[in-house]
Design a protein around this ligand. Structure first.
Ligand code: ARG
Length: 569
């Protein structure tokens, strides 16, 4: 139940009885309810000056009159303090209503159907062909995946797009290198690593031998002209890259609805250029075609190079239009590093200038950089951490910890995979997305700190409590949940729907990650202070129900950020 809304209704009804009513709606009153900083001030506080104007009375008068009027079974006390109304929930009723709501709504607890009939397109992960998946792509992949799940949770249709980086002159060079020095089996066996080697060799040798670059350009031209041999090799490079990336996606449990990448738009940019021309937006600048964005305080958007070649933004313009035409989205999100901030501001501005009112529905969901054990990553200096290696290392570290702590566990490999991957992903989703993150083993794999393994462990603890308890059909005595520890758990459970909603509205999965830690900590505190399996059956049942509600909500929170919740660890 929504306590804020109920209290708001009590306030309005009391105002009507005492003063003949105020022209206000319950939602506004509910929004004005505050969470007081300390328990002496109750569970909610309402500043009565908000009603002063409508009622033409002083806040003190209002709070005194309303405190005398308001009665409800879920409120133990209503106090008037200097123009504030302090509401004290009846602890047992509070616990009962929250726990029953969590358990009766099950999987759906925390959501609503506000997204029914709406569509969101999410562009995330968007890896580059012939490059290995390094940890720089972890945030986009997992933030995007979490948002995908959150939107679905709220009833949206979500479309996940992996906008592959599969266009550019470097692919001509790669083919040239492959034709000179490569062979099919080596690349097929070695995957992306072999392609990278060829590319590195090409660049090294091209420094001495300018003819190589011409060769590269010629192959690129052949790709562009649709030459069958060039296309075949290029498509094969793509499938090798995607097979490599597929292993990582499988480990992470991430899927996409579309892999339409940059090359998909080869034949879809013509109409965009036409519209830009028609609207008088294209300007010539030293042979190139640009859209002047100076009036908006941005450098120009380069649409066509002087040799007629299209650019990253040209493809993104076509992609945006294609997504609108194909999916008719209500929202289109781009989960991409903040370094591309200018690119997206330019993109959205050009769409707006083209007259597309849906440009306002496009949004760049930016995130910070990843470093590793205090070192920034750099491809050029060879300081690079591959995601697959990182995940596998996390899995084997988890395997060792499990071996030590729970040698009896069944399916150690499966659980090690869930925990290891969970540790890495949890780490990536723990801080506000815009903050840079420094990956550290100590902090990610700790079973006690604010980590994925800790939250998973708490979930497994709840499962174990419930397993050992077996059936208990007693009537729950919710008065047994009036202690501060149980009440903290109840309050967090009550806050889950609001947390999910804010995470959705702010595109901020970290709110759910942090929430899961808070709930796990609150439950553990409860668990240490109170015995669940007491003789008194009503108390036992109430504590078991609280445990079940905590377990279900932790599992859902983990699920929303893309993680499994093992039942045993
Ligand atoms: N492939 C790009 C990169 O790795 C990201 C693409 C993002 N999506 C887009 N529509 N521009 O930097």
């Amino acid at each position: 139940m929504d306590f804020k809304l109920s209290i708001a209704n009590e306030i309005l009804a009391a105002a009507k009885r005492a003063f003949g009513g105020a022209e206000l709606n319950a939602a506004d009153v509910a929004a004005a309810l505050e969470l007081p900083p300390n328990p002496e001030m109750g569970d909610y506080a309402f500043p009565c000056f908000k009603l002063s104007k409508a009622l033409r009375k002083s806040p003190m008068m209002i709070s005194d009159a309303l405190a005398a009027e308001i009665r409800a079974d879920y409120l133990s006390r209503v106090k008037s303090v200097k123009g504030y109304l302090n509401f004290f929930l009846d602890r047992a009723t509070y616990a009962e209503r929250v726990v029953e709501a969590v358990l009766s709504q099950g999987e759906r607890y925390g959501s609503d159907d506000s997204g029914a009939g709406k569509t969101v397109v999410l562009d995330y992960s968007s890896i580059n062909i012939a490059k290995r998946f390094h940890i720089g792509h972890l945030s986009t992949t997992m933030i995007g995946n979490a948002l995908y799940k959150l939107y679905q949770f709220f009833g949206w249709r979500a479309v996940g797009v992996n906008h592959l980086g599969d266009w550019g002159t470097q692919f001509g060079k790669m083919i040239a290198a492959y034709k000179r020095w490569g062979d099919h089996d080596t690349v097929a066996r070695g995957g992306v690593d072999e392609m990278v080697k060829l590319y590195v060799r090409f660049n090294a040798e091209a420094k001495e031998n300018e003819a190589l670059n011409d060769e590269g350009r010629a192959w690129f031209k052949r790709i562009e002209d649709g030459d069958p041999e060039a296309l075949e090799i290029f498509e094969w490079f793509k499938s090798v890259t995607l097979a490599d990336a597929g292993r990582v996606y499988d480990l992470l449990g991430v899927k996409f609805d579309s892999y339409a990448g940059e090359s998909f738009y080869n034949d879809k940019m013509g109409p965009i250029i036409e519209i830009l021309k028609e609207k008088g937006l294209l300007k010539e600048d030293k042979g190139a075609q640009i859209v002047d964005l100076e009036p908006y305080g941005m450098p120009p958007a380069l649409i066509l190079r002087s040799d007629g070649a299209t650019l990253y933004i040209t493809r993104d313009l076509a992609a945006a239009k294609y997504r609108k035409d194909t999916y008719n989205f209500d929202k289109s999100l781009y989960v991409v590093a903040y370094q591309q901030d200018l690119h997206f501001r330019q993109l959205f501005k050009v769409l707006e200038l083209m007259g597309y009112d849906w440009a306002k529905d496009c949004e760049h969901v930016a995130f910070g950089m990843v470093s590793y054990e205090g070192q920034s990553l750099s491809t050029r200096e060879g300081r690079i951490v591959y995601l697959e290696d990182l995940l596998n290392e996390a899995i084997s570290k988890s395997r060792a910890i499990i071996e030590e702590k729970s040698p009896e566990l069944e399916d150690k490999d499966g659980v090690a995979r869930q925990v290891g991957v969970g540790a890495v992903v949890f780490f990536a989703l723990y801080n506000n997305r815009i903050k840079d993150i420094d990956f550290s083993w100590d902090r990610a794999l700790n079973f006690d700190g604010e980590t994925g393994p800790y939250v998973m462990y708490t979930h497994a603890r709840c499962c174990s409590v419930l397993r050992k308890a077996g059936e208990c059909d007693a009537e729950p005595d919710f008065k047994a949940l009036d202690d501060p520890e149980a009440q903290d758990v109840v309050r967090l459970l009550e806050q889950f729907p609001e947390t999910c909603k804010s995470a959705l509205n702010k595109s901020e999965p970290s709110m759910i990650t942090r929430y899961s830690v808070d709930l796990a900590q609150a439950y553990n505190k409860f668990y240490y202070e109170h015995k669940v399996m007491v003789d008194e059956q009503g108390t036992r049942k109430a504590r078991l129900m609280l445990t079940e509600a905590a377990k279900q909500t932790i599992a859902k929170a983990l699920d929303l950020i893309g993680l499994d919740a093992p039942e045993r660890m």
